[in-house]
Design a protein around this ligand. Sequence first.
Ligand code: ZN
Length: 379
Amino acid sequence: MSDLRYFPEDYTDARKRFHEAAENLTQADGAFSMESFQVPSRRDQGLFVDYLLMPAKRTPETLLVLVSGVHGMEAFTGSALQQMFLRELLGDVPRDRVGVLIVHCLNPFGFKYLRRSTENNVNLNRNFGPTPESFRIPNPGYQRLADLLTPRAPAPQPVLAYASMLKFVATAMGPRKFSGAELNQSLAQGQFEYPHGLEFGGKTWEPQTAHFIQFLKDAAKPYRNLVMFDLHTGLGDRYQLHLIPVELPESRDPELVGRLFDIESEKHLYAYTTSDAKGFYRTHGDLNSLPPSLVTGEQKTLTLTFEFGTLGNGPLAKLQTLTRILLENQGFHQGYVSEKAKRQAQDEYRELFFPSEAKWRTNAVERTRETLHRVLGRI
Ligand SMILES: [Zn+2]
């Protein structure tokens, strides 16, 4: 059967499938436990983050965590990869020593309503700062561009948005003197000042952030190692799986990286891509920087983003990416000029984070399967 079977129709379908898989496992093996957290919402009482925990049977050595849907829209793929893991790879887990935690769709609003951000316009991957100060980190580059980034008018047809995007880039790189790299960094790193802006990190933790932090802290307590993979789409070369470590050295323990991955000989499966690589960027408040603050000095952590590229990394792809993200944000806050404009913008946005091409989807499953299979053989 084709790997395409793993991809859900929508959030409701994904959650139903996750529950089915989890219930089968729980019935077959009493060691599994499920917990659901309802995300408060002004317009939908059916939004949940689901946790499936399978503790190590004897000596808790390593907890492996797989997270999907930090960016809701990207959960089509993340949820499919978790399905594949539950159905095909659980048998590879050395259950005596290794526990598994699957966190299904941390941003269900985004998944259901096809956004990366939450109902509060928060990019959860900028919302995990460990202290109140984390929410006051300035982004001077963004401040200098904010007036251009949040237009107070309905979102236009995508074709017109591309024209205004060229004007925006010309203004930023001309009179406002941004280099390409500075522009990329300022737009993507996160900002905590403009609640309707791009990559808004919030003023405090979102409800599911607070719940996740406590849950992970408790779950990781008995283990010596915490290994977490966070599943994303959108950034990087098409068909490539980028494994992206965070800058914080405590988040990428060298012994764990060296043991679990053979970066040189596995280039056909993934690219180990640091945040200073061309087209990538450093961020504040990302999920993967969090674990070291949750564990004790004796515990080791390795956190990686699994990022599946969609449009690519060239200048045209960058421009398309930014245009689609800006347009979707404008549409969410200001509406669209017409139903047609809305449909086109949403189609392009969906294609950016969840390509319809069968080859793209099966490639994502195949690379993840083989990579995790190897990791489980060494864990
Ligand atoms: Zn993402």
